[in-house]
Design a protein around this ligand. Structure first.
Ligand code: HEC
Length: 104
């Protein structure tokens, strides 16, 4: 099979674009905004604390490391169909880690 050059260029561009979005520095301000707009209210209600931050600092937190945190953010995002882009998910994860979890 012979790939036309234009297709190859597309493939490289896609790979490079992905590469950039994975390694770009997270936008903490954007992460905070997303947490306030999409996450806080439900957590305040569902946790029973009446405070949307406290689910992240509860003593029986299910999140023990950065990988757990990514998984939980992804779970809330997909299960609840919040429609965050991967970049937004990364931003909100970074914000939550900096603000609450402080994993290395
Ligand atoms: C419609 C309700 C709802 C929304 C919206 C929601 N969550 Fe959640 N989230 C929950 C519930 C319920 C839990 C507790 C799940 C459990 O205990 O297994 C939870 C738990 C979590 C946890 C784990 C907390 C801990 O330390 O144990 C993280 C992290 C999290 N959510 C991130 C997010 C983020 C980020 C968003 C917004 C992008 C979001 N959630 C939006 C319902 C929601």
């Amino acid at each position: 099979m012979k790939l036309p050059l234009i297709k190859l260029i597309f493939v490289f561009a896609a790979m490079f674009g992905l590469h950039l979005s994975v390694y770009a520095a997270p936008d903490l301000a954007n992460g905070k905004k997303i947490d306030q707009e999409k996450c806080y209210a439900c957590h305040a209600k569902k946790s029973g604390f009446g405070n949307g931050d406290m689910i992240y600092t509860r003593s029986d937190s299910k999140v023990k490391n950065l990988q757990n945190l990514k998984t939980m953010v992804a779970r809330c995002n997909t299960e609840l169909r919040l429609d965050l882009f991967p970049e937004d998910e990364a931003d909100v994860t970074a914000f939550l880690n900096k603000q609450f979890y402080k994993f290395k």
